[in-house]
Design a protein around this ligand. Structure first.
Ligand code: NOJ
Length: 586
């Protein structure tokens, strides 16, 4: 189907329900890939990406080394918030295909060992949802209490506004009901009222609906805001945690192994609460929002200072949990989690034009943010793939797609996937380009950024990334291991150990190999060459082996053994390397 992608030999898997291996710990070593259905591949020439289109590209994703896809909302929607405004939770928007097409996608993904995670938007619905229509027209009916209604707009006044570009209140007046309704996001997205027990029952049913169809996980959108209480900021309230724990309990009882991923854009000490506890688990994974902007900040500061700081502030998490990490996603690069000073610096560095900004963040893509610097793009990925957590890539970043800042809001970073240099970049056969779900990027040189050209060029970033993913797959310790920052003798180098938790085999012991795998990761955030020296504790620095043979920044690193047994390293500007430690000290 895709020139250059061989048909891969897939084996049948054994799990009855999902078709994937029944491994319930898969998410720890998985590389996720966020794919916007609307923008990925259009199979029927109507200008909209769809499920059959995505199914036809699964071989590409398997070739790249993706373990799981996360698909943002594909439900019927007025599309006033990219589909996060849902009008029907148990159907597929006809523009994306049918429920049968969804089932076929799940089956085809599982046949390739790729898991499927979908978005669950529990905080709010679209105002077009029949629940809201019933609620506003029939206050005494079964849906009358499904939303948060009030006679005035003065309640919960300590609550911040999230979409500061478009909203000036969290309340809007509904002419039909003659009352105000509460909304944390756009005014067309009324918040559900979890103080009404029937709401949880309705939500439980739709979770069952999709779990029954074989999904492997749910991303829980906007999860901190489920419950409102007077005198609070209406975030992370105990009642909200109760609901998430009930969702986990439902899944554990009925669909064990189906994961939940929290979208909570907060500092680590708050987010960590969304893992729950061993006794009362909440989410399987939580996105680590604060580390993301600090990767970009560190590149411009030429120092990993802020990464070190946020890692130090990151509490340990319960055994069932795993962080999720990312460099970009379908939203603005949020700057909510950096200080005012850092934000000002980052706007200056990364969003010099006002129209590059959105809400509290930047609506640009990875490659253009980093000025198309191959060295910086590789370094950012080397960090993403080796810091604690399971990484999530964003479609198109692997071929260095740019943004279209002339589109409204976050559509700037949601343009059609660029597959080749044919009409509509191979995304759609629609003859009238004005019918594309979003216009293509028209910046100079954009047409060269496509999958076909990248596949044909062994030196492309696409091939480098694939090589990194392959190394990560061979070393599961990068997903499962402990993390420990180590001193590299130069502040500009971020150095850390990833250490296996397993006790090692008898053969390891006989060969003097450390119990469990040990990797040393080093990264030079500076834009100049630096030298460092590191001690690798009880392991033998003479027995380290570089793992990454891809990427200029990795190939140019040299290492040698110092007189005192320390590892001497020389890193080029933005250089990085992962070393396997093969032997413990005698
Ligand atoms: C979080 C989603 O990531 C974002 O795209 C959306 O606008 C808000 N939730 C509101 O639904």
């Amino acid at each position: 189907m895709i020139p250059g992608i061989p048909a891969l030999p897939y084996s049948a898997h054994s799990s009855e329900r999902t078709g994937c291996t029944p491994d319930t710990e898969w998410f720890r070593t998985a590389v996720f890939y966020e794919v916007l259905l609307r923008a990925y591949a259009d199979s029927n020439g109507d200008g909209f990406g769809d499920f059959p289109g995505l199914s036809s590209r699964l071989d590409y994703l398997a070739w790249l080394g993706v373990d799981a896809i996360w698909i943002p909302p594909f439900y019927p929607s007025p599309l006033r918030d990219g589909g996060y405004d849902i009008a029907d939770y148990t159907a597929v928007d006809p523009r994306y295909g049918t429920l049968d097409d969804f089932d076929a996608l799940v089956e085809a993904a599982h046949a390739r060992g790729i898991r499927v995670v979908i978005d669950l938007v529990l905080n709010h619905t679209s105002d077009a949802h029949p629940w809201f229509q019933a609620s506003r027209t029939d206050p005494d009916g079964p849906y009358g209490n499904f939303y948060v209604w009030a006679d005035d707009d003065r309640g919960y006044d300590q609550t911040r506004i999230i979409f500061v570009d478009t909203e000036d209140s969290n309340w809007s007046f509904d002419e039909v009901r003659g009352q105000y309704y509460w909304h944390r996001f756009f005014s067309h997205q009324p918040d559900l009222n979890y103080d009404e027990p029937a709401v949880f029952e309705a939500v439980a049913d739709l979770i069952r609906f999709w779990a029954e169809r074989g999904v492997d996980g749910f991303r829980l959108d906007a999860i901190p805001y489920l419950i409102e209480r007077e005198g609070t900021n209406c975030e992370n309230l105990p009642g909200t945690h109760d609901i998430i724990a009930r969702i986990r309990a439902l899944l554990d009882a009925e669909y064990p192994g189906v994961i939940t991923i929290a979208e909570a854009n907060q500092m680590p000490e708050e987010v960590v609460e969304f893992f729950g506890t061993e006794e009362r688990p909440e989410c399987t994974m939580c996105f680590h929002f604060p580390i993301m902007p600090r990767i970009y900040l560190s590149l411009r500061e030429g120092s990993p200072r802020s990464i070190r700081q946020v890692l130090a502030e990151t509490p340990s998490i319960p055994a069932h949990g795993q962080w999720g990490t990312f460099l970009r996603n379908h939203d603005e690069l949020t700057l909510e989690m950096v200080s005012d000073e850092e934000r000002a610096l980052m706007y200056g560095w990364y969003a010099p034009e006002p129209r590059m900004r959105a809400n509290v963040g930047i609506r640009r893509r990875l490659a253009s943010l980093l000025g198309d610097s191959r060295a910086e793009i590789e370094l950012a990925h080397a960090l993403l793939l080796s810091l604690p957590g399971s990484p999530c890539l964003y479609y198109g970043d692997e071929v260095l797609m740019g943004e279209n800042i002339w589109l409204a809001d976050r559509d700037a970073v949601r343009t059609p996937m660029q597959w080749d240099s044919s009409a509509n970049m191979g995304f759609s056969a629609v003859s009238d380009a004005s019918r594309l779900s979003l216009p293509l990027i028209e910046a100079e040189g954009y047409a060269q950024r496509n999958v076909a050209d990248a596949l044909a060029d062994p030196a492309s970033f696409l091939h480098t990334l694939r090589g990194m993913l392959a190394v990560r797959r061979q070393h599961p310790v990068l997903g499962t291991g402990d993390f420990e920052l180590i001193d590299a003798g130069d502040e500009r180098i971020l150095a850390y150990l990833r250490r296996g938790k397993d006790s090692g085999t008898d053969a390891d012991a006989a060969a003097g190999r450390p119990a469990g795998e040990v990797l040393v990761c080093v990264a030079n955030l500076a834009d100049e060459a630096v030298a460092g020296r590191l001690s690798v504790g009880e392991w033998d620095a003479s027995a380290v082996r570089p793992l990454l043979s891809v990427g200029e920044g990795a190939r140019a690193v040299s290492s040698s053994l110092g007189e005192d047994g320390a590892l001497e390293i020389a890193l080029p500007a933005r250089g990085f390397q992962w070393f396997a430690v093969e032997r413990a000290l005698a």
